[in-house]
Ligand binder design. Structure first.
Ligand code: PEP
Ligand code: MG
Length: 561
């Protein structure tokens, strides 16, 4: 039996076989020539055969798929034998280029051409690049990139996952996620929670397990072990039985003594919003507007933006919806706002700061939000990401006022904002703690780096102190400015209790976590939550803070959380 300790980021206990995610393919060197002795005709025939094999494989998978996944696979299969792509590649082969390099460059050309056409055609550009990677994998005789195909359910193991890797992830087939890298705030963690899949990140060495090895994953404890026995199988069965109880949230969020804590959803667009409303969310605490436009090279028009926001507002008539203005940069670059060559993008021109480098984009976004809000009954509020000074908060509030948006807020995710909360909150109507970035900046630990996962943990007492200071700043400011949390910390039921004890008034999370957070919150009074928060604050390590809080919350073990 082998154990792989990591960081648990999404609860759940499961037994199943692992499948390794193939490593990304390297680019064939620029100027790579056909190997001596290979003819142009021979190289072209090899390429054609690889393309045909890729098409046949994708068609086979499409036949067995349904819904969105089927459509994606069919479109990609068509692209695999695209005559324009193959003709351009053969032309390069005839001029002496290697088959791999030829298909690489030909695909770049086709993708750029499609992107230039805009609209539906532009969306096909990613299919071309996907097909290119598959053809190159076939030429090299290595597994194709992306989620492996499988007839049965499996536990996906990867170094880390990017949003694009998970576009076709089917939670009926991929039953848990385990990564050797990644941190608690990484995309893998966010995706796992939104799909309700057990997940463990930063489990060093797990990427060496052979495909098919049976393992037990405990997403709450953050452990993976091989050779599961009766005890592990029974724990997995108990989790499966409880999972259905934890799937239902009927609201409202409240402590045992009736102190209301609205439980809101984090969404990335209308689709998520519809799901969140169906899951019982009391509103939206964070609309990540950049997620609506991640694939875009150019600024979306006001009309496109109105449509995107309206879809979210319509899912929550009469309810609170907090729209965050574009938070481009670091792990979420938007080519029309951020500079890909910055040496240190997490500390760069990102979030609200892009208003300096690209003036006008924020005004147009606020105009679009105001127009969409005017056509809906949702209670729309706006907040700016990455605010660091009172002057920035004041600047944002005046842009909002000019757009006719009268409830401006700020995210508190830079330590300076927590430390000067009193002055910053005087300028706005509400604050929302972004604990993902607040943790990475407080601990100076990149939220995407697995080796720093222990530092990058929102249970760090230093982070809890900054939460406390933010709430204290809001109280000192005197206007009763509410402080919510919309970072991933809110989705951890034990940490949610601590946050409520520290005085935050709303919690916003992936819709999947609402029921678990509500169930645990309902077992403590506000006074008990305050006592648990004090215990956590006085701890000297994140592990101690977590253990102290969990020790007071027996419900967590009962529910397998
Ligand atoms: C955060 O930083 O906590 C947050 C909610 O914003 P994002 O995860 O989108 O950076
Ligand atoms: Mg953030």
């Amino acid at each position: 039996m082998q154990n792989f300790p990591g960081v648990g980021v999404s609860p759940g206990r499961i037994v199943g076989p692992v499948r390794q995610m193939p490593r990304p393919l390297s680019e064939p060197p620029a100027g790579e020539k056909r190997a001596p002795g290979t003819t142009a005709d021979g190289a072209a025939a090899t390429l054609q055969a690889a393309a045909k094999a890729v098409q046949a494989e994708l068609r086979g998978r499409a036949a067995g798929a349904a819904g969105d996944a089927k459509a994606v696979l069919e479109a990609t299969a068509l692209m695999a034998a695209d005559p324009m792509l193959l003709k351009a590649a053969v032309k390069l082969i005839n001029a002496g280029t290697s088959a791999e390099r030829a298909v690489w460059e030909a695909a770049d050309g086709v993708a750029a051409m499609l992107a230039g056409l805009g609209g539906y055609m532009a969306e096909r550009a990613t299919d071309v690049l996907d097909v290119r990677a598959r053809i190159i994998a076939a030429l090299r005789g290595v597994p194709a990139p992306g989620i492996p195909a499988s007839d049965g359910p499996f536990i996906l193991v990867a170094e880390d996952l990017a949003p694009a890797d998970t576009a076709t992830l089917d939670p009926a087939v991929v039953v848990a996620l385990v990564t050797a890298g990644g941190g608690p705030q990484s995309h893998t963690a966010i995706i796992a929670r939104s799909l309700g899949l057990p997940a463990v990140v930063a489990a060093a060495g797990v990427d060496t397990l052979p495909d098919g090895t049976e393992v037990y994953v405990d997403g709450a404890a953050g452990t993976i072990s091989t050779g599961p026995g009766d005890r592990e199988r029974a724990a997995a069965a108990a989790w499966a039985a409880n999972a259905s109880t934890l799937a239902a949230f009927t609201g409202p969020g409240t402590t045992a003594d009736g102190h209301l804590v609205p439980l809101l959803a984090n969404v990335g667009g209308a689709r998520d919003a519809v799901k969140a409303a169906a899951a019982g969310a009391e509103g939206v605490g964070l609309l990540r507007t950049e997620f609506c436009f991640l694939e875009r090279d150019t600024e979306p028009s006001i009309v496109e933006q109105v449509e995107a926001y309206q879809g979210v507002f319509d899912a929550f008539p009469g309810k609170k919806v907090v729209v965050r203005t574009l938070d481009a940069g670091a792990d979420k670059p938007l080519p029309f706002l951020t500079d890909a060559s910055e040496p240190n993008p997490a500390l760069g021109v990102r979030g609200y700061r892009t208003d300096l480098s690209s003036p006008g984009v924020l005004e147009r976004q606020l105009a679009a939000i105001a127009r969409a809000a005017g056509q809906s009954t949702a209670d729309v509020r706006v907040m700016a990401p990455m605010i660091s000074t009172p002057a920035e908060a004041a600047g944002f509030a005046s842009l909002c006022a000019a757009a006719g948006l009268h409830t401006p807020g700020v995210m508190v995710e830079v330590p300076s904002a927590a430390l000067t909360a009193e002055s910053i909150l005087r300028e706005v109507e509400f604050a929302s703690l972004g604990t993902n970035d607040l943790t990475q900046y407080t601990m100076a630990a990149d939220r995407q780096l697995g080796p720093l996962a222990a530092l990058n943990n929102p249970w760090q007492p230093a982070v809890l102190q900054l939460v406390r200071l933010t709430v204290a700043g809001a109280a000192a400011e005197g206007n009763g400015t509410p402080v919510g949390v919309c970072g991933e910390a809110a989705a951890d039921p034990a940490l949610a209790v601590v946050l409520v004890g520290l005085g935050v008034s709303t919690l916003s999370m992936t819709a999947r976590s609402l029921a678990a957070v509500a169930a645990v919150l309902a077992t403590v009074t506000l006074k008990e939550a305050q006592e648990i928060a004090t215990l956590a604050l006085r701890a000297t390590s994140p592990g101690e803070a977590r253990d102290r809080a969990r020790g007071k919350l027996p419900i967590l073990d009962e529910l397998g959380l």
